[in-house]
Design a protein around this ligand. Structure first.
Ligand SMILES: Nc1ncnc2c1ncn2[C@@H]1O[C@H](COP(=O)(O)OP(=O)(O)OP(=O)(O)O)[C@@H](O)[C@H]1O
Ligand SMILES: Cc1ncsc1CCO
Length: 530
């Protein structure tokens, strides 16, 4: 087998110490191979040399039957003694060029990398693949380096652009988070992982066949899927304004038809008006914050909104997002006032690497803080000044960076999927005079996302093949729909004779949201694609 024939997609790293009681190593390994493992690394940290050699030989004999290559962790002597297909080297192991000189020329050499700089060095040393991580915390190995999350993996993948060095992500990957890892780690340049390395989800399993099969099915579905964003604009014809107007109307109809549950963890300034806005649109709000209830809730919700205007429940936010990803439902993240304190900035980064947001929404000050840009300043939860000089480029870039739909609010609103950019010019100055109008936009976006994804799920046959999508339905259009719902209802409300100022405006806005129709959206929407 030559180097180029390796399939890195489901890379098993062994560890006999992880086997559950009464499980035999070779028996577990064979079940894992049958389940779809494509590459095996023998990792033995404590056994004597003779024993490691014996395990490695037996591993190779079994893997040969399945035409699966075997890589040895660290021990070049063992690799040489049993004719391994490759070796894997850590940052403190033998340098790649020395290993290369000692090993047969067709031996694949992999290197663990924790930073983009490590990746640069690995390329220059001539590594064939890099094991990049840690993606998340793990129990199998003391993590010496900070968890980088899928976004950090994406930064390392970008360094590999233009090379044929392969990459697998490592640490804490299991069948519940593998799609998030594969999806969220695609670099802004479109560089994706060649596979994922899995340890305990397979090795510690009572049923390694089932565990490997679950992983293998999800991975294959991901690589088969042509869609790499939460919109459908890449795989089909480019968006057109008229098409968007029709599509937002049908999402509003879906919201009313399915009345999805919209789970909202939001701030205590706007909880009540957000719940009422959700009801007015025809969906059903649930404002739940306890981490203990997130696994149950995420199974039945249509979408999740995380708005951290008054952060009191970060653990609930983490759990809610993780579980919502597992159940492949949309997550709208509204990092209210993120620039105001270091705690908010750190919390936002933590949440963005713990789960994959579907829509990231904020005003200019908030999104500038997320992007580490000093172009726009904020005062608490409010954005200062005129906003970005080139909002279209800003939202497109941020969407690519975070692999999600970005909604930038302000007098004009901007929505991007990383490719298309929509400029939305509806709204009324009274929205700027009430607190939480941006928060209500977040709620409406989450409600439209719930409508779109519930309708997409209802349209799928029960036995349809897994499509590898982290979220189903067009989230670019859903995000536009949510913004339009609030801004158009605001225009109608502000024109009413009984509205005398911000105090009478808020209830009128809720009334008009309740009366809003697909036709209102289509006839009043002021959309330009730029
Ligand atoms: N002067 C205005 N004219 C038209 N629309 C406006 C105006 N001000 C705000 N809006 C609309 O109000 C919505 C909320 O946007 P904004 O950027 O004010 O949110 P925000 O700063 O996050 O608000 P908050 O912190 O109060 O929740 C947007 O959809 C925007 O279009
Ligand atoms: C005023 C305020 N403070 C924290 S959240 C919030 C609501 C508007 O964003």
């Amino acid at each position: 087998m030559t180097k180029k024939e390796f399939d890195y997609s489901l890379y098993l790293v062994t560890g006999r110490d992880l086997l559950p009681p009464a499980k035999d190593y070779l028996e577990s390994l064979e079940e894992a191979l049958k389940g779809g493992v494509t590459l095996v690394q023998v990792r033995e940290k404590t056994a004597d040399t003779g024993e490691i050699l014996d395990v490695a030989r037996k591993t190779k004999e079994l893997c040969d039957k399945y035409d699966v290559p075997v890589i040895i962790d660290d021990r070049i002597d063992i690799a040489l003694a049993m004719g391994a297909d490759g070796v894997h080297l850590g940052q403190t192991d033998m340098p790649v060029p020395i290993a290369r000189a000692l090993l047969p020329p067709d031996t694949v050499i992999g290197k663990t990398c924790n930073t983009p700089e490590h990746v640069r060095v690995a390329i220059s040393e001539g590594a064939d693949y890099v094991g990049v991580g840690p993606v998340r915390g793990t129990q199998t190995k003391k993590v010496k380096h900070p968890v980088v999350g899928p976004r950090g993996i994406g930064e390392m993948l970008q360094v590999l652009d233009g090379t044929d060095v392969k990459a697998v992500a490592i640490a804490g990957i299991n069948s519940t988070n593998v799609l998030h890892c594969l999806w969220g780690s695609v670099s802004p340049t479109g560089h994706q992982l060649d596979g994922v390395a899995v340890v305990s989800d397979i090795m510690a399993s009572q049923d390694p066949y089932a565990s490997s099969k679950r992983l293998s099915d999800a991975i294959k579905a991901f690589y088969r899927s042509p869609l790499r964003t939460f919109s459908q604009g890449l795989s089909t014809a480019p968006y057109k304004v008229e098409g968007i107007k029709t599509a937002v109307g049908s999402i509003l109809r879906s919201v009313k038809q399915f009345s999805p549950l919209v789970h909202q963890i939001t701030n205590n300034v706007v909880t009540n008006q957000s719940a009422n806005a959700t009801l007015a649109l025809g969906a059903s709000p649930i404002m739940a914050t306890a981490p203990e209830e997130m696994a149950d809730l995420s199974k039945v919700t249509g979408a999740l909104l995380v708005n951290f205007g008054t952060i009191q429940n970060l653990d609930g936010m983490l759990e809610a997002g993780r579980n919502t990803n597992i159940n492949r439902k949309p997550i709208v993240f509204d990092p209210v006032g993120v620039g105001a304190t270091a705690y908010r900035r750190e919390s936002a980064q933590g949440l963005l690497s713990a789960w994959q947001a579907t829509v990231l929404k904020g005003n200019a000050g908030e999104l500038a803080a997320i992007a580490n840009s000093s172009e726009v300043q904020a005062k608490g939860v409010d954005s200062l000044g005129q906003g970005f000089a080139d909002p279209a480029s800003f939202v497109r870039k941020l969407a690519r960076q975070h692999r999600c739909i970005v909604v930038l609010t302000g007098v004009t609103d901007w929505v991007s999927d990383g490719h298309a950019v929509a400029r939305l010019s509806n709204g009324h100055a009274l929205l700027g005079e009430i607190t939480g109008s941006g928060c209500m936009v977040g709620t409406a976006v989450a409600t439209f996302c719930a409508g779109a994804s519930t309708a997409a799920a209802a349209g799928r046959a029960a036995d349809a093949e897994d499509d590898g999508m982290l979220v189903r339905g067009d989230m670019f259009v859903a995000a536009i729909g949510g913004v339009l719902a609030i801004t158009i209802a605001a225009e109608i409300a502000a024109a009413r004779e009984d509205v005398k100022g911000s105090g009478t405006f808020l209830p009128a806005l809720i009334d008009e949201l309740g009366k809003l129709t697909a036709e209102d959206l289509a006839s009043r929407a002021n959309i330009a694609l730029v």
